[in-house]
Design a binder for this molecule. Sequence first.
Ligand code: ZN
Length: 394
Amino acid sequence: MLGCCSTYQYGDMELESVDEFMLPGCKTLNRAFGLPTLGHRDSSWKSELKMEDCFWVLLFVVLLSCLFGTLNASAGDSDPRYQVCLEQCKETGCVKDKCFQHCRFSSDGDSVDGPWYMQEPMYLQWKQWDCQSDCRYHCMLDTEKEKEVLGTGPVKYHGKWPFKRVFGIQEPVSVAFSALNLAMQFHGWLSLFIHLYYKLPLRPQNRKPYYEYSGLWFIYGLFAMNSWFWSAVFHSRDVDLTEKLDYSSAVALLGYSLIVAVLRTFNVRGEATRVMVAAPVLAFVTTHILYLNFFKLDYGLNMKVCVAMGITQLLLWAVWAGVSRHPSKWKLWAVVVGTSLAMLLEIYDFPPYQGYVDAHALWHATTIPLTYLWWSFIKDDAEFRTLDSLKKVK
Ligand SMILES: [Zn+2]
């Protein structure tokens, strides 16, 4: 059983060297990773730390127990009414009296009508995707209508609540928030670049930044922007390809940010140690992405993997913020607390209000200000570390 006192014991720890940027309770881990032992100047941190740790470990346990209790694959997919409707729609191209032009295929898969260029395989693929999407959408509406008559509440279909389309966009609110997140990530990424290369001093020998984590954060920005791009695409058009691209990008971002969290909180600067930390996470994330794409897109399993990776890095940052003397640790606290609260929206998922705003859309809204604060922390960290390195040089 995971408990605050059995997990973190610092009381009897020997505090030797001083490094204010290291995590506590990780002496054994540091040894395993070949890192220097940690310590702290202030002895009063021990009692404060226990309180904070208890809070976070408790939150972690509560979130995980909720998670395993509530996560299931989408219930709507297995509804026999929905399945029968989908099968019929694929064959006939119609749901009740509504027929879709994208679904007009002959039995050998060729388009029934249209000029030759419209019968090219690529176009056919798009048509099949459109047909599947139309069938899924109208079968979902139909099943939901039937359920409403019976007085049962809405359920999810292929990982999503039944939404109303606007101009063919499936979840317009989530698309708008994803686009704003993408813009915010780009703003943060660019401003870090400007800060490092134009505002802070550069190493005279190679004109490179002093900040040892600049490369890691630049790549992080690329993963984040890629993830929000595919999120916007997926929320506007839900087909197998966009769904897999969105899920894979999100897993890749979470995996990469976990690596960055470990490297930064443990202050890992050596190339070999960095590779040693990154390799198992990369292997796990790659396997998981391959599993999702080529074996089974298991929503429940994916959610568990994502939340486990998300909570692990939140805990790392939280404990680090608790013990470090970083001047901008309040930003870190704000991001950690804000993200934890926002994660509740993903866990206590509720159906869309009026068919438009659901918990997931609100979760995308909350990450916009958090992203701004996050990049602001990264810029502060770059400045802090640069000034620290300059002091050491002098
Ligand atoms: Zn989303």
